[in-house]
Write a protein that binds this ligand. Structure first.
Ligand SMILES: Nc1ncnc2c1ncn2[C@@H]1O[C@H](COP(=O)(O)OP(=O)(O)OP(=O)(O)O)[C@@H](O)[C@H]1O
Ligand SMILES: [Mg+2]
Length: 290
């Protein structure tokens, strides 16, 4: 029998110092969602004692999964992030998987107006990739990644949004992890701060990433945020939530973030009449006040 030649992947081996030199700085990237940026923090030591220092956004270079059942505000949050980053002068790539690009442009224009930004100043900073209209981008991962690499090189993009990753493994859910893993590794290689939207079908475990249509997608990404809504249908629910029967209570939670400290409480979430998402106070504070 022929002896096997050893195969060593030398480029995967490095000293800790070398790895550290390649790491992004721990700083926040503003999301454009009121009440969200303050929920992430770093720990600083002053005279040997640890202190919380707010990051002012999601950690730079993080791949963040925003998950939730339908109509919970995921796309609105993604649009606010795109508008805010574009207004800050960043180039943003928004991969639209569900809604054709023309419709997304209308939504982004509405978000920009509601946030008080001049759309004509930010439109050149947002590059849309229409995977909703071009099946190949949804079904052939190497083509999607080649197209993204082309966009990153051409426009010098450092912010990526995919709405949604679930649409990239529709009817092939056993591939969910490998699809998300490929996108995660790709975003890391290109130093993207990224939002992956994923859809959650089950109403079980409402406020965890568990049962998110993405089969343990939460284990792959750096950070997960979960959105949910409660319909107040009975007198009992109305009493518990201190709301009228027939109303909706929207909730938000950061379900984990590997890269920095974060608030772990359940917060109220509001979508105002302009279609802007706001993260409200923690549920405990609201209940206690009443
Ligand atoms: N322009 C707007 N003005 C006011 N409210 C809006 C506006 N756009 C959306 N909404 C409200 O926000 C809700 C959430 O919308 P969004 O599109 O963000 O949901 P989603 O979580 O992305 O849902 P899906 O999983 O179906 O894509 C809508 O159902 C609607 O009630
Ligand atoms: Mg959506």
């Amino acid at each position: 029998m022929e002896a096997r030649e050893p195969q060593v992947v030398r480029e995967a081996i490095m000293g800790l110092g070398e790895a550290r030199d390649r790491a992004p700085r721990l700083e926040g990237v503003a999301t454009g969602v009121e009440g969200l940026d303050e929920l992430f923090f770093a720990i600083e030591f002053k005279e040997g004692r640890p202190h919380r220092k707010p990051l002012g956004g999601v950690p730079l270079g993080a791949v963040v999964n925003i998950t939730g059942t339908p109509d919970t505000g995921k796309s609105l949050m993604a649009e606010q992030f795109a508008v805010r980053q574009a207004a800050d002068g960043q180039k943003v790539c928004l991969v639209t998987v569900e809604t054709p690009a023309a419709f997304v442009s209308t939504a982004l224009e509405q978000r920009a107006r509601a946030m008080g930004f001049d759309f004509s100043k930010i439109e050149k900073n947002i590059i849309l990739l229409d995977a909703a209209s071009y099946t190949r981008l949804r079904e052939d991962m190497p083509t999607l990644l080649d197209t993204l690499a082309y966009i990153y090189r051409t426009y010098r993009v450092k912010r990526t949004i995919i709405d949604s990753v679930t649409g990239l493994y529709e009817a092939r859910e056993m591939l969910a992890r490998s699809v998300v893993r490929a996108l995660y590794s790709f975003c890391k290689k290109w130093y993207q701060t990224a939002l992956f939207i994923s859809q959650k079908r089950s109403s079980h475990e409402e406020l965890s990433a568990e049962a998110a249509g993405g089969y343990a997608v939460g284990h792959i990404v750096d950070c997960t945020m979960v959105l949910s809504k409660e319909l107040i249908l009975s007198e009992r629910a109305a009493q518990i939530w201190k709301q009228e029967v027939g109303s909706i209570v929207r909730l938000f939670r950061i379900d984990g973030c590997r890269l920095c400290g974060h608030d772990t409480r359940i917060h109220l979430l509001e979508i105002d009449e302009l279609g802007l998402v706001h993260i409200g106070p923690p549920l405990g504070d609201v209940r206690g006040r009443r």
